[in-house]
Write a protein that binds this ligand. Sequence first.
Ligand SMILES: [Zn+2]
Length: 229
Amino acid sequence: MPLDVSQVPLVGGHPALDLVNTLERGAPPDAEPPPHDFLSDTSALLRWAVRVGLISDAEAGRAGQAWRDDPATAHAGLAAVRDIREGLYLVMLAAIRPAGGGSADDPGGNDPIAAGAALVGLHERWSAAATRATLVLDRGDPPQVRLTYGTVPAMLIPDRIAETALDVLRTADLTRVHRCPVPEGGCGWLFLDHSRNGSRRWCRMADCGTTAKARRLTDRRRAARTGTP
Ligand SMILES: [Zn+2]
């Protein structure tokens, strides 16, 4: 039984990477059953967006109301978010260095042509979001002018997600974005490595790291029994 979106581990270290990790990764594209999507419907998307801090409870109320008033915009919003998620995943796969130099049996791979097309799509999503953004003067101390995305309630969540996707691409140190290593038993999720020496291998040591360690131990015992290396 897959976890609900309120329980999906937030291991990405950036909301945009947590977005990528709302879909199970690491299985071949034609896997049966298909990978589980934690953003199963618009209500899951609303709850997830609040949980990762992209929108406030009040904003979720406004976005949810706009979607109930016009369900077509709700479906379009969810489709836009999934589109940004897959575009960002393709770009990240092409941009990041695979741990251990990569491996032929890793179904992730990287595809520069698909990544280029994905960047065009991400730019389109972001420029549409930017046309709906406003500049707001905050008279605090010190005063500052802020660019606020998401002024149209029905597009609030896709616009904030376009903003955060651009943020991770432009500001994150991509040498610090790692993929939980699928060939070694990891899950394929992406995470920003904040460790001092950049040597974090697993999205969750307690989960993927331990599974991989147990698998290596089983392999070694089997090899010892059968005499194969
Ligand atoms: Zn993992």
